[in-house]
Design a binder for this molecule. Structure first.
Ligand code: OFO
Length: 169
């Protein structure tokens, strides 16, 4: 049986991961509208990964005989601007998710739940990767975003992203 405080923070984290999926889907729809198909694809793949992140915690809680307490998912914003502003928003969002994952790590340690402390390490590494990937795209957009030809090529590059399902083993 899992510690109740840890159970609660993991349920909150499931909600945050599904909210992330909603946010990326809203962005994907915007990119579709403005004809940036590669950006649309990239954010849609990210949305699928976020659903995986939520599901991994869901499966982990069940494996630990914890209670699932699904909360309401907030609606994401629907009005977006140019790709650079959107990716800056993504970066801020991912930094906040990193902080909440770190809170899960702290709480697991505080409550001497070493299984969850070990489990959450995968998320800590994942956040480092996500922040780095997003920051890389921001740098490209900052340097070349106003050049439509380069934006076109960046759109082609983002269209190459492949979805790989993340699972709780
Ligand atoms: Fe789940 O990694 Fe982004 O939010």
């Amino acid at each position: 049986m899992i510690n109740t405080k840890v159970e609660e923070i993991l349920n909150e984290q499931i909600n945050k991961e599904f909210y992330s999926a909603y946010l990326y889907l809203a962005m994907s729809a915007h990119f579709d509208e403005i004809g940036l198909r590669g950006f649309c694809h990239w954010t849609k793949v990210q949305a699928r990964e976020e659903v995986d992140h939520g599901m991994i915690i869901f499966d982990y809680l069940i494996a630990r005989n914890g209670n699932i307490n699904l909360k309401q998912i907030e609606a994401p914003q629907a009005d977006f601007q140019d790709p650079l502003q959107i990716f800056e928003k993504i970066y801020e969002h991912e930094k906040s998710v990193t902080s909440s994952i770190e809170c899960v790590a702290y709480m697991s340690e505080d409550e001497c739940d070493m299984a969850t402390r070990n489990f959450i390490d995968w998320y800590i590494a994942e956040q480092v990767e996500e922040e780095a990937t997003v920051f890389e795209i921001i740098k490209k957009l900052q340097m070349f975003g106003s050049d439509k030809t380069i934006l076109y090529h960046l759109d082609k590059e983002l269209a190459q992203r492949e979805y790989k399902q993340h699972k709780y083993a």
